[in-house]
Design a protein around this ligand. Structure first.
Ligand code: GRF
Length: 193
């Protein structure tokens, strides 16, 4: 599987995927890392893995569609089959989604359909639920709404803060994301198969 990973920040999920590949738990390769924030830690991680990193700074594009056109072009240049949104904090449009039909995965830090959007961990804490988790799903135009590929449950403990809870969720994310990529690819073979 030829992957293109998209990340906005730390990129620890990207790193977990690279590690799963190195450990031969996931039979794939990361052809390119795309990032949108100059200085994103994800770029330094890519350097360490010898993975090409391409900065597409959303501030330099006039619309979401224009950014997505550049993303599609970059992914094509790197021969990407599967697009992995690992902490990509921009809303994507049909320009990207239609270029890789049912081949874009996102990870979200809640048990969808609960707590969509970019404050999922905070909202789960505030709601007082005792179990939250993470979800890998196919990307569709409606945010955090495509078919669910895999989920893991995470308990919320009495003294949890945003940070301790998000750390616990992250640990489960690292576990399910590589597995979910393999599973999604099994269900959805390459378009040229
Ligand atoms: C993860 O919690 C993911 O669920 C959310 O953004 C976070 C990215 O973390 N979409 P990282 O950049 O992989 O460390």
């Amino acid at each position: 599987l030829k992957l293109g990973v998209m990340a906005s920040g730390s990129g620890s999920n990207f790193e977990a995927i690279a590690q799963a590949i190195a450990d031969q738990q996931l039979h794939a390769q990361v052809n390119v890392l795309l990032y949108n924030n100059p200085g994103a830690k994800a770029a330094a991680r890519a350097d360490r893995w010898g993975i090409p990193a391409v900065l597409l700074n959303h501030r330099e594009f006039e619309s979401r569609e224009a950014l997505d056109e550049a993303i599609v072009e970059t992914l094509r240049q790197h021969d990407v089959e599967w697009v992995i949104m690992a902490g990509w904090m921009r809303i994507v449009t049909p320009v990207l989604i239609n270029a890789f039909p049912r081949r874009i995965l996102n990870i979200h830090p809640s048990l969808l359909p609960s707590f969509k959007g970019n404050r999922a961990v905070e909202q789960a804490l505030a709601a007082g639920v005792k179990i939250t988790g993470c979800t890998v799903h196919l990307v569709v135009p409606e945010v955090d709404s495509g078919d669910i590929i895999m989920q893991a449950a995470v308990p919320i403990l009495p003294n949890d803060t945003l940070e301790t809870l998000h750390d616990r969720i992250h640990t489960q994310e690292y576990c399910i994301f590589p597995k979910a990529i393999a599973l999604a690819a099994q269900v959805q073979p390459p378009s040229n198969a």
